[in-house]
Write a protein that binds this ligand. Structure first.
Ligand code: FPP
Length: 239
């Protein structure tokens, strides 16, 4: 792979754990367990290929509607993951971050997340952001509400509200916009993920289910991105 034109920020919709498991006669939760291994693998790959920001859609606000057993398994898996991996992230210079309506999560998990963010804040390597109980529409709605409150309190002038004002009130205020959005399992959907932030992102759909999305699949996505010509709405340089 070329070292030039590496996406600075990759966002990933990790889809297909359930179908991967079902196709093998396993339970859906075994698919999630296998999915966690790929999370580790893509974090390592991001470091290896000099991707600075990685944002992973781990649990949507809509996912609370899944069967109670699956939700509680996912929460258990998350809790275990945080226990096992936060220390490693600190040692491996990873900056751990979380976005979403975090107050929906069990309190114990909220505490682990807050601690993880605090403990890795001084690191300087890959920024890994997990989206938990995340909904992009909700994020934008909340941003509008807080901006309106700012106007009411006289802290924000109505005529000075700009795109930067909106972006600055999103959970991602401190992150650059994603350059590349990957979705696995062959689905061509955004599913309420980073709607504002991906305005100019390149899209890459992998046919692999998330548990099959190994480093070599990640590399394929990077190489595909490197062939793209990004124009941000401008005309092509050859015209
Ligand atoms: C989508 O597969 C995946 C999820 C809803 C959860 C993603 C979770 C992980 C990769 C593991 C948990 C992560 C951490 C950090 C502990 P799906 O269940 O929608 O699959 P399907 O579309 O085939 O049913």
């Amino acid at each position: 792979m070329k070292n030039t034109n590496v996406p600075r920020h990759i966002a990933i919709i990790m889809d297909g754990n359930g179908r991967w498991a079902q196709a093998r006669g396993l339970s859906r939760v075994q698919g999630h367990q296998e999915g966690v291994k790929r999370v580790e693998e893509v974090i390592r790959a991001a470091k290896k290929y000099s991707v600075k920001y990685l944002t992973l859609y781990a649990f949507s606000r809509e996912n609370w509607q899944r069967p109670k057993e699956e939700v509680s398994f996912l929460m258990g898996l998350l809790s275990l993951y945080l226990d096992q991996k936060l220390r490693e992230m600190k040692e491996n210079n990873v900056i751990f971050n979380a976005i979403g309506n975090l107050s929906d999560l069990p309190e114990m998990i909220q505490e682990k997340i807050a601690q993880g963010m605090e403990n890795t804040r001084a690191n300087t390597g890959v920024h890994v952001t997990f989206a938990f109980s995340y909904s992009s529409r909700y994020e934008i709605t909340e941003a509008c509400r807080r901006i309106a409150e700012g106007v009411r309190a006289g802290k924000i002038k109505l005529e000075e509200i700009s795109e930067e004002t909106i972006a600055g009130h999103l959970y991602t205020a401190n992150l650059p916009d994603p350059d590349l959005l990957i979705r696995t399992s062959g689905e061509f959907r955004i599913s309420n993920f980073l709607l504002w932030q991906i305005s100019y992102a390149e899209l890459y759909i992998s046919e692999k289910f998330w548990p099959e999305f190994t480093e070599s699949e990640f590399l394929k996505a990077l190489e595909d991105y490197q062939k793209r010509e990004r124009r941000f709405g401008r005309t092509s340089p050859v015209l």
